[in-house]
Write a protein that binds this ligand. Structure first.
Ligand code: NAD
Length: 490
């Protein structure tokens, strides 16, 4: 009898404007987390296939980089339009493979489109250089921003469409060419997006290539001599390895790592508006956002009221199949993610935290093989417990009680190695200002549960949440270009 895996289609890679069958025998299943069914198989590209993609990218660079930018930008106008037209189709692919609700998938795609818009604006604005006449008598100086060549883009599983587009539109409008490696767990949405780009946007062959794979594919990409730089988004242990490898090979690197975000609730907070934002921060995308709340820091007497309202809102959430419109939270992305998150919950219990709601007990009868976990809330978490320090990346909230804003800020700055996001809920401008000035994180929320920068702002982090200098989104204008100075006397 043939198994589900054997009959699942094998994803192709896209190189030189063609879809190609991989020779790789290293095949891995791609799941629909809502049902547990196998959607496809993803082949991990061999070094030869990676080199083929880089070569195709390298070959297209001379023509692409010298094409007038106002011609290149026309491809982005087209890309924006087809993404708008195919939004529902792409959102469905996204939910099918990731498990996030269809509403969340639409948001994922909206952010991808926002970045196309922002890169279109770059073509008319930030792509320009500078000049200064008479830097000395009879001598003028000018600076232009030049593209560098082939870049590798390495993506995580959790925003299969948004994150590749933190980079793709900027890199190509500025004249670079790309090899993109989607997550091996959620390759489906980018595969679908690439099919649409290939058939409707019709970029010149080699400008945008897709290869699939894992660690070895990434290492082959970074070590290829023709790759000028790598933009990576993923977990901190892998981020560290990628940053090190890029450094060893003398490559530019923009490396986003993991997160452990705190949400501080002051006694003066307006809980009526705070609770929905907090619930969405901890449990939206099943807690698999790099900007998700993970530690709920309750200040003094707000603790009891906050915890009871937060718990009751979490208990009302409907968990289920990503395509059901009234579902608030879908499954987590994989069986192994479910096991990892569950074992973190067990660790919290063993460490002595008080389990208020246990998401492990959730069963969805209609989809017994889906990767479901309900919202989990701990109370009486202390800063020394692993569940307050380490990234769990699932729908788990650790409530920590503190007595002062100073103590809460100290907890954020010293309690974890991460510095991606921190939020405060307060009605006091003074508290908010203190928080903004003193918290060491890349993204600060004030009465906001998910402080996600708009596309025309940089998206970065601090401490072990980011390695490099220039961040994602608009900051990539400087990442994807090099500045050339001319000093002229006539
Ligand atoms: P991951 O680190 O497992 O994988 C990320 C990418 O790296 C994938 O494409 C994977 O194939 C590749 N990879 C895996 N192991 C590798 C290795 N040893 N060497 C080289 N490449 C390797 O991350 P994930 O589980 O896909 O995504 C979730 C993580 O991403 C979380 O930690 C989350 O916080 C983080 N994340 C961060 C941001 C941010 O902006 N800081 C945004 C989204 C997600």
């Amino acid at each position: 009898m043939t198994s589900e895996k054997e009959t699942a289609p094998i994803l192709k890679y896209y190189v030189s404007g063609n879809w190609k069958e991989s020779n790789s025998k290293d095949l891995h299943p791609v799941f629909n987390p809502s049902t547990g069914a196998i959607l496809a198989q993803v082949p991990y590209a061999s070094r030869e296939e990676v080199n083929e993609a880089v070569e195709s990218s390298q070959k297209s660079f001379p023509n692409w980089s010298t094409m007038p930018i106002l011609e290149r930008v026309k491809y982005l106008f087209k890309m924006k339009q087809v993404f708008e037209d195919k939004l529902e189709e792409l959102a469905s692919l996204n939910s099918e493979n990731h498990g996030k609700t269809i509403l969340e998938s639409r948001g994922d795609l909206r952010r991808a489109i926002d970045n196309i818009d922002s890169a279109i604006a770059v073509a008319y604005t930030l792509s320009k250089g500078e000049t200064l006449d008479q830097i000395a008598s009879g001598i003028d100086e000018s600076m232009v921003k030049e593209p560098l060549g082939v870049f590798a883009i390495i993506c995580p599983f959790n925003f299969p469409l948004m994150i590749p587009f933190w980079f793709i539109p900027y890199a190509i409008v500025l004249g670079n060419t790309l090899v993109v490696k989607p997550s091996e767990i959620t390759p489906f949405p980018m595969d679908g997006a690439m099919k649409i780009i290939a058939s409707e946007v019709k970029l010149p062959p080699g400008v945008l290539n897709i290869v699939h794979g894992g660690r070895e594919t990434v290492e082959s990409l970074i070590s290829n001599k023709d790759v000028k730089g790598v933009a990576f988004v993923g977990s901190t242990p892998v981020a560290k390895q990628v940053y090190k490898l890029a450094g060893e090979h003398g490559k530019r690197a923009l490396v986003n790592g993991g997160a452990k975000n705190s949400i501080v609730v002051m006694p003066d907070a307006d809980l009526g508006s705070a609770i929905p934002a907090i619930v969405s921060s901890f449990f939206g995308n099943a807690g698999q956002r790099c900007l998700a709340g993970s530690n709920l820091v309750a200040l003094g007497k707000v603790h009891d009221d906050l915890l009871s309202k937060f718990t009751s809102a979490a208990k009302k959430m409907k968990i289920g199949h990503a395509f059901e419109e009234d579902v608030d939270m879908g499954p987590v992305v994989s069986k192994s993610a479910k096991e990892r998150i569950s074992s973190n919950i067990e660790k919290g219990v063993v460490e002595g935290a008080k389990l208020i709601i246990d998401g492990r007990s959730l069963r969805i009868d209609k989809y017994p093989d889906g990767f479901y976990l309900g919202p989990t809330i701990f109370d009486e978490v202390t800063p020394d417990m692993s569940i307050s320090r380490n990234e769990i990346f699932g729908p788990v909230a650790s409530t920590i009680q503190t007595n002062s804003l100073d103590e809460a800020i100290e907890l954020i700055n010293r309690g974890t190695e991460f510095g991606n996001m921190a939020s405060i809920f307060t009605t006091s401008g003074r508290n908010a200002r203190e928080f903004r000035l003193r918290v060491n994180a890349g993204n600060i929320g004030i009465n906001i549960g998910v402080a996600s920068p708009a596309a025309n702002f940089p998206f970065g982090g601090r401490k072990d949440s980011f390695y490099g200098t220039l961040h994602a989104q608009i900051d990539t204008v400087d990442f994807f270009t090099d500045k050339k100075i001319t000093i002229a006397r006539w």
